[in-house]
Ligand binder design. Sequence first.
Ligand code: FES
Ligand SMILES: [Fe+2]
Length: 406
Amino acid sequence: MKEQVARYDHLYTPEHSVLTTGPVSSEPYISPEYFELEREKVFKKHWSLIGRADDIPDSGDFFVKNIQVLNTSVIIVRGDDGEVRGFHNACCHRGNRVAAGTGNCKYFTCGFHGWSYDNQGQLANIPDEKLYFDLDKSTLNLVPISTATWKGFIFINADPNPATSFIEHLGGLAEQLEPYPFDRMTRVSHYTADVKCNWKVFIDAFQESLHVPYVHNGILSEAYAGEGNPGCRATSFRLYGLNRSHSPRRNRHYTPSPAQGLAYKYALSFSGSADEPEDSAGGYPGINPSGDPDVAFDVNVIFPNSFIDAGGGWYFTYEFWPLAVDETHWEVNLYVEEPQSAAQRVAQSLIVVEFRDGLREDLTTLEATQQGLMSGAVKQLQFSDQELLCRHQYQVVDDIVRGNNF
Ligand code: FES
Ligand SMILES: [Fe+2]
C-alpha cells in the first residue's frame, strides 16, 4: 500500500520542461478579442474531427455540418469513385448552400437557381447557361476543404494548404493508437449539447479526473476513487506536441452492484471490467502505454477540439465546436465492440447508461464556471499537477494566439 500511495503522489508537471507551474490568466476564457484570434489562428489552421467514414459507407452518402467557428458549412461525401471528400457547402453561382442534413445523392442541386454538382464536387449543370457571360466552368466546382481520413476518422482543416499533414499533426499519438481495433466497433449512442461556456472551459472538464469524487459522486466516484487514491489521481500524462493524453485510474477495491458484477462477466464498462484486478483496461492494444494495472481508459485530446478516448472494448469521441466566446456546441459518439453473444450485448448496455449518466453530471458545472470567470472576480486560474492537460491546452493556445511556436 505504501508503494501504491507513493506512486499516486508522483508530480508530473515538472517533468515537462515546456510547462509552467504558476497561475494562468482567466482572460483567454472570456475575451471576445481573444476568441477571434483563436478562430483565425487555432480553428482555421488546424485539424478537427468531423465524423467517421463508416457514417457514409456507400457512394453518394453524405452529411453536412454547419461550423460557425470556421464561418462555413461543410459537406462530407463519398463520391461515385469511393473517395471521401469535403467541400464548402456554397454554390458557385451566388453562394447558397447546396445540401443539408444527411442523405445519398448523385448530384447536389442548389435550391436557389438550380445549379448542380456531382458527388465528386464537379459542376454538372447550369440551367439557362446561355444567359451567363464568359463562364469559366472549370473554376465553378464546389470548393474543397482539406480532408484527411485516418483509422476511419474524418478530419478537416479550413486551411487550403495546411502547415502540417494530419498524420504529422498527430505525431506520437498516431503510433500510440495504431493497434487499437477501431474497425471492430460500432456506434451505440450519440448526444449533442449547446452549452454556455468557453470551449476551453468545456474541454478542461474532460481532461482531468480531479473532479470525479465531487461531480460524479455516485457510482463513478466509488469505482474510480477510493482506498489509496481518494482524490482520483490519474497517471501517465503524455504530451505529443500540440496533442495530449492521460489515463484516469480505477479503484480496484470497488465492490460492484450485483447487476454490475453480472455485466462485468461479459463486457468491460466504465465502472469495472471482466479482468480485474490484473489489468482493468483489459489488456487492449493501443491503450495504457504506462502499463499501470489500475488504468481505466486513456483520454486522448487531438488539438484543438477533438477527443478519441479509448477503453477496453469501447471508445468515445467528442467534438467541441465553439459558437461564441461563451458558447460551445458539443457532439458525443460512443462505440462498442461488436457483441459476440446476446449476453454481451445486454452487458454493453451498462456502458451506454454509465456513460450517459456520467456526461449529464459533467455538464452541471460548466455554465456556472463560465459565469464565475465572466464576473471578473477571478482573474487567474490555479492548475494543480493533476490539471496538467488543462495547463498544456492553455499554453499551446496562448502561444499560437500570440504567434509563437509551442
Ligand atoms: S445560388 Fe445556387 S444556383 Fe443560384
Ligand atoms: Fe467527468
